[in-house]
Write a protein that binds this ligand. Structure first.
Ligand code: F6P
Length: 533
């Protein structure tokens, strides 16, 4: 059944590949209504996507054939949807209201989640109000969050998105193994008033442990002799014994049913709960929970994560578009593309099915992006006139400032998405130049350069403001979209074996660099010679 649905989607996409998006509004007067929706307070417009009405119907049929609704139920029911690791995937349980009950592989978990939320709240509030103090008894005024990948990107997006412009509590992030990152994060901080939070699901990640050791040394060096530096080191992990062995005075743990890149709803965001305040963190959870409810309750044809996933599948597998760009038009969301890169490419950048069979079609596109309008002055040239069609997601914020300055932002976003769709013919380009006083020869010569093919798809997602609630909803929207894509492609979105080979080769390169005999190729040997020998 799914094979038929795939074949049908590909046939319709092939047939309609030259259909003009702008004309679809005339052919289907309901298009705007059909393809716009409100989900958890976000307004989402998929009407500038490439699908025709039949294309959309074929995509929805694929969702039914791939049993998206049953797979969604399995996820929320705590079944082992992470098939390769035999784990449930229950980030929605972390943001659910207390009355909701979840189980992981049949074991009730909600009571434990709530108890942990209370412990986190007490700790975050204690640090914030000064009742929990550092090794010399001084209250904290800064947090250094050490972590990488899923233990970094989510909390970083949240902090950057929501932090007060003049925070009374500083939160700094260290991810990179390059000491420059750490040095920058520690610059100007008072070691006596700095709380260090080491975040690592496995507590084995090379970069995180190297940074954690270096920051611990910084504390030991800078604090008065005999100070109990452990009081200033907290661990967040699924392996609490390892954090304790490292010397964390306090450890917040989370379970294996929380995937790293889906973990920002857990103690992984302790730094944000401290820096932003507990109420803000709770509103973030509430925004995500509202999106969970939408995802669970809305019918497929009005379901935001489902439609966004289907639009992507239509572009990738129907029309061969293997890249997508993301442009948030709010400076505070500038880290969002980096967050999405991990969420989507680590989840779905895979080439075998859940049962290990080769996937015969393209899967996750290359995701890249930049805050608007900066991106317009960088890669948008390629989006408008390059040979690849790169679908774009515009994240637009109705109000970012109180003085109307955001109009510049959203006007640009709307202009770009419209320009991508309508383009400009060679004739129009020539006429425009003639009207502007160019001579005929120059107008003809330059017209091809000023021609825009148009018909390039985009999605618009509109937030009223960047608030904890809207940001929580936005992140959850992309989480669920990523999951639905995994279902459509038959991918397990919740493992990441693809990062392991690089880690083990790095170990042999390090050992070769220190003189051990390793079986390396001539190019790598030569590079090593160039670097160290
Ligand atoms: O190496 C990839 C990865 O495992 C990501 O999946 C994860 O988010 C990141 O590293 C950090 O892992 P950890 O939280 O275990 O330190």
């Amino acid at each position: 059944m799914a094979d038929n649905a795939w074949a049908q989607l590909q046939a319709v996409a092939e047939r309609d590949k030259d259909a003009l998006i702008a004309e679809q509004f005339t052919f289907d007067p309901q298009r705007l209504e059909r393809l716009t929706l409100t989900a958890a307070g976000l307004y989402i417009d998929l009407s500038k996507q490439s699908w025709t009405q039949q294309g959309l119907a074929a995509a929805l049929e694929l969702a039914r054939a791939r049993k998206v609704e049953a797979c969604r139920e399995a996820l929320f029911a705590g079944q082992a949807v992470n098939t390769t690791e035999g784990r449930a995937v229950l980030h929605p349980a972390l943001r659910a209201s207390p009355q909701k009950q979840f189980s992981a592989l049949g074991e009730p978990i909600s009571e434990g989640v709530m108890a942990q939320r209370e412990a986190l709240k007490a700790f975050a509030t204690g640090v914030r109000n000064g009742t929990i103090t550092g090794a010399t008894g001084k209250p904290f005024n800064a947090v250094v969050h050490i972590g990488i990948g899923g233990s970094d990107l989510g909390p970083r997006v949240v902090w950057e998105g929501l932090r007060p412009r003049q925070p009374e509590f500083l939160v700094r992030f260290v991810a990179n193994i390059d000491p420059a990152d750490r040095q920058e994060a520690l610059a100007g901080l008072d070691p006596e008033t700095t709380l260090v939070i080491i975040v690592s699901k496995t507590f084995t990640t090379l970069e995180t442990l190297a940074n954690a050791e270096a920051v611990r040394e910084w504390l030991a060096r800078e604090l008065p002799a005999g100070a109990d530096i452990a009081r200033q080191i907290v661990g967040v992990t699924a392996r609490p014994q390892k954090a304790e062995a490292f010397g964390c005075s306090r450890t917040f743990s989370f379970c294996d049913w929380v995937g790293g890149r889906f973990s920002l709803w857990s103690p992984v965001s302790l730094s944000c709960a401290i820096g932003l305040g507990w109420e803000v963190f709770e509103q973030l959870l509430a925004g995500a929970e509202a999106m969970d409810e939408h995802f669970v309750e809305a019918p497929l044809e009005k379901n935001a994560p489902v439609l966004m996933a289907l639009a992507q599948i239509y572009n990738v597998d129907g029309l061969g578009r293997t890249a997508r760009s993301v442009a948030p038009y709010a400076y505070v969301l500038r880290r969002f593309p980096a967050y999405l890169q991990q969420l989507e490419m680590e989840s779905n950048g895979k080439r075998v099915t859940r049962t290990g069979q080769p996937i015969e079609r393209m899967t996750c596109p290359v995701v890249f992006g930049e805050v608007g309008s900066n991106g317009q002055h960088a890669f948008f040239q390629q989006l408008h006139q390059g040979p690849h069609v790169v679908p774009t997601e515009f994240i637009i914020v109705r109000q970012t400032h109180d003085d109307g300055a955001e109009q510049q932002l959203w006007a640009n976003a709307l202009a770009q998405s419209r320009a991508l769709m309508v383009g400009q013919s060679e004739e129009a380009a020539r006429d425009e130049m003639l009207a502007a006083g160019y001579n005929e020869a120059d107008a003809v010569r330059l017209a091809p350069h000023k021609t825009f093919p148009g018909n390039r798809p985009s999605t618009a997602i509109v937030l009223d403001r960047v608030t904890p609630h809207t940001l929580g909803a936005l992140i959850a929207l992309f989480e669920h979209k990523t999951f639905v894509e995994g279902v459509l492609w038959d991918i397990n979105s919740f493992d990441q074996w693809g990062v392991e080979l690089g880690k083990s080769v790095a170990r042999s390169v390090m050992s070769a660099a220190s003189g051990q005999k390793e079986d390396l190729d001539p190019s790598t040997e030569a590079l090593l010679d160039h670097l160290v020998r």
